[in-house]
Design a protein. Structure first.
Length: 481
């Protein structure tokens, strides 16, 4: 065996062992360490450098510091939420004009082209706020923040099924294995939090089919794994083994962590493997989280009127509870926060299903905006609300099928204009026709609000410079404040 072949074999083994042990080691450490040790004596934590990002200096002045992405997983119907279509209501039950659907990609309705019928909006819309934005009556709380949000009714995506559409929304491409947008932000800017992950994900369910969400949606892809998202459980202990077991001596704990970190540093000096560097930083982060996570979850100090505004007592696994935790994470410097609500896949009974799901997310979404605003944090926090695609104006029984040609989202804070509706779909809500906004454009605009030129934040991998927006995307200047 040649020296090069031996090196390749050893490197492959190191990479496998390093990546699998990093996660298990962090969990094991959580069961061994005690928070009180962190302040006692010299610690290797003092020598772990804080990652400050590769974009130094920023490409232009930033408008925001953090993102809270409210993911309406399953494909929220724009026709039941944010895109008012009176003409579709007029044509309810009538054949769908073939001029809209001929030659177009349809999901499960593909073989029923001759039977397609219009399904009018199943809930009334009304004007909200001084801006008079048209919002569905099933979202009255979001209606109450109409003057703070920018509704985009001209969104488009390329992927018509859930998993690849989520992948595109998160990574800018439908090809698995690319870094998520939260990972790109951490790589570019680092995190302001010293004792919590810079990228946190939480999920909730209810109201419709709960499509699974793969953990690779918040993975770091080919970026070092220190930039991947960390999933917090929304009920019970958010992180397993974060509390120390009884009967473990402080001296033993200190010896364990010091010995492990010394071994890691020896390995890093020899192999210069970025995964070893990740392991070093994650051991120390796990140590710090023994103090920070219980403090995060302790909402005893939240005023009663705040809990009532969100509609939760906290800790119940609901979307509203996760919204409250999102605000607390934002206060603690977490860069990217993602809340999935898995309940928007309404292939049948969309009238009742959309109303039920909307009720589960409406109050928490609006409360988050109001809470951040009253704390002076909305200006530098970008909130993104929406699904991976929309739903068809054609009926699928009593529901709607997946749809990629037009859907809606709303943005708030972070230098985005409030009280405006941007872009439009056609009179039936089938295709975006004015100021078309692709998912890549959304990503480019998000990065711009952080002071990052999306074409310049790149990472070289397998001989090519990759970026979040791939070879696409433009900043939507018209919605910027």
């Amino acid at each position: 065996m040649s020296p090069w072949e031996r090196y390749q074999l050893q490197h492959s083994r190191r990479t496998f062992l390093g990546r699998t042990s990093a996660g298990m080691g962090t969990l094991a450490l959580g069961a061994l360490l005690q928070p009180s040790l962190f302040a006692a004596g010299a610690s290797d934590a003092e020598s772990v450098p804080q990652w400050n990002g590769v974009v130094q200096p920023l490409h232009f002045p930033p408008k925001c510091k953090r993102v809270i992405h409210l993911c309406m997983a399953g494909g929220a119907s724009h026709l039941e939420t944010l895109d008012y279509k009176p003409k579709l209501a007029e044509l309810d039950g009538q054949p769908m004009p073939k001029s809209f659907t001929d030659g177009q990609q349809i999901a499960q309705l593909q073989g029923q082209r001759d039977k397609l019928k219009c399904l009018g909006p199943t809930h009334a819309f009304q004007k909200f706020g001084e801006s008079g934005q048209q919002i569905s009556s099933i979202l009255p709380h979001i209606g109450s923040i109409a003057d703070d949000i920018c509704i985009i009714n001209s969104m488009q995506t390329d992927q018509i099924n859930h998993d690849p559409a989520h992948t595109l929304m998160n990574t800018g491409t439908s090809i698995p294995g690319r870094p998520s947008m939260g990972s790109w932000l951490l790589y570019g800017l680092g995190s302001d939090s010293q004792d919590l992950p810079g990228y946190v994900v939480m999920t909730s369910v209810g109201g419709g089919q709960s499509q699974p969400i793969a953990s690779r949606q918040w993975h770091s892809g080919f970026l070092p794994s220190q930039f991947q998202g960390v999933e917090f459980r929304s009920k019970g202990d958010p992180v397993l083994y974060v509390n120390s077991p009884g009967g473990v001596a402080l001296k033993q704990q200190r010896q364990v962590i010091d010995a492990v970190q010394q071994l890691n540093r020896l390995g890093n000096e020899k192999f210069h493997d970025p995964e070893i560097a990740t392991r070093i930083s994650q051991y120390e982060l796990a140590f710090k989280m023994q103090t920070s996570v219980p403090d995060l979850m302790n909402i005893a100090g939240e005023p009663k009127h705040i809990l009532e505004m969100y509609g939760t007592e906290g800790g119940d696994g609901s979307f509203a509870s996760n919204c409250l935790l999102a605000r607390r994470l934002a206060e603690r410097g977490v860069r990217f926060i993602q809340l999935y609500h898995r309940g928007w896949d309404h292939h049948g009974n969309i009238k009742n299903g959309a109303a039920v799901t909307a009720k589960l997310v409406d109050q928490g979404s609006a409360a988050l905006v109001k809470d951040l605003k009253q704390r002076g944090m909305l200006d530098d926090t970008l909130i993104i609300w929406g699904g991976e695609f929309g739903r068809t104006p054609m009926a699928q029984g009593t529901g709607r099928d997946h749809h990629i040609k037009a859907f809606s989202t709303w943005l708030a804070g972070g230098g985005i204009q409030g009280g405006i509706t941007y872009g439009a779909s056609d009179e039936l809500g089938y295709a975006a026709v004015d100021k078309i906004t692709h998912v890549n454009d959304l990503h480019a605009t998000m990065l711009a609000q952080f002071g990052i030129d999306h074409e310049k934040l790149t990472y070289r991998f397998q001989g090519r410079d990759f970026r979040l927006t791939d070879v696409h995307g433009h900043v939507v200047q018209d919605i910027l404040a």
